[in-house]
Design a binder for this molecule. Sequence first.
Ligand code: CTP
Length: 477
Amino acid sequence: MTKTILEAKKLVQNNIFYKISDISENLGFETYVVGGFVRDSLIKKSQTDIKDYDFVTVGSGIKLANKVAQALEGKNKVQIFKNFGTAMISWKDYNLEFVGARKESYSKNSRNPVVENGSLIDDQKRRDFTINSLSISLNKNNYGKLIDPFNGLDDIKNKIIKTPLNPDQTFSDDPLRMIRAVRFSTKLNFNIDNDSMKSIIKNSNRIKIVSNERVVDELHKILSYSKPSIGFKLLEKLNILKLILPELTNLKGIDEIEGQKHKDNFYHTLEVVDNISDYTNNVWLKWAALLHDIGKHPTKSFNKKNGWTFHGHEFVGSKMVYKLFKRLNMPLNEKMKYVQKLVLLSSRPIVISEDNVTDSAVRRLVYDSGDLIDDLILLCKADITTKNIHRFEKYHKNFEIVKKKIKEVEQKDKIRKFQPPVSGEEIMEYFGLNPCKEIGAIKEAIKEAILEGIIANEHKPAFDFMVKKGKEMGLGN
Ligand code: CTP
């Protein structure tokens, strides 16, 4: 214990904390650093990647923030959230957040807290988890002292996520905390304590009163970690996943007819998300991995001849992506289109890796996926979850062949950012045409000829092809 007290002291031997301590003293406040900074630096003991500092003051958080902003070098703007009594300063690449210590309770059916000023312990009580309520004093009389009324330090040692109060109360105060428990469990590889687990299962329906934006924010974070499956399995176990992403829970289970089974697409999906997390931090690519099979639920069918099939699941799945993003108030922008396109194309590289791949199949894939080709290949590699070592190695080997082919085709034909080698104007001028549908038809024929490998992706052969094609169509000058 003494060791950790010394460690806590060390954590705040830093100019920014000294400055805040002085300012707080001058204002007659008591101030503490709390939350993620304390938790993560006690766990990791390295502070270099911690960029968010939370301060709680027995006094006005807004007043303190204003004074701190003036005292720090640079022009520092203070963002004030009056309703919550919080203020934030973006300073260098840090976010400094200040809040006045509060006693808080929430009305049953809304997220609007009824707030009163409180003491440090009041404030610690109303926080989500014991590991997040650990505070270090910045006050002169006990500078660096760790204040841990809920044994957060023991919970860090025992790797436990636990609420400071009765979990029903903590989760009822803010039901998002049920997902946050899962998120911290995924991030830190901690277990959620049993009573908290039971309480989440009991209160899971309350997640419905939380805004979609806040839920999605937590999902993004779960996806950003190295093993997101931990979080999604937990959300499923706690009855929350079906309320926020029923498309995923619908993939659960294995059906069997006449001795024929299909795989459990839920657990398969989670494996794919973990696999892709070994290679990328791109959270949208991880969303694509998470959603790549959602079309398998509505398209599932069985017939004696072919067994289980999921015809067109990629197309159906890509349509479902739009609905899902819309429902969760996620941006319906190029990120959504990116996810949709990856879902739509998600089986294509596998198909060409299984057959004797032709140049034209590769060219078409590169054309259809454009700049997404590398991410698509990554997704498809991550999609290989077979436990048969022989097959696993074979598929991976085939992917290396596909990758090589893509490179060759790319260098030769420059398909990735395909620009028609003959323009509409040239076609009109050559055949003496006004705008008409024949121009589109000729351009399409040129593109097809290039993709089929009939002509090279260059101006001269494309122009000659245009002349020939135009003649066939009865155009002339
Ligand atoms: N907090 C809470 N209940 C919430 C959100 C936040 O009690 N619903 C408190 C916790 O004490 C938390 C602190 O506010 O530690 C800061 O919240 P946040 O920035 O979301 O999380 P961090 O703990 O900083 O963790 P991370 O950096 O991983 O997001």
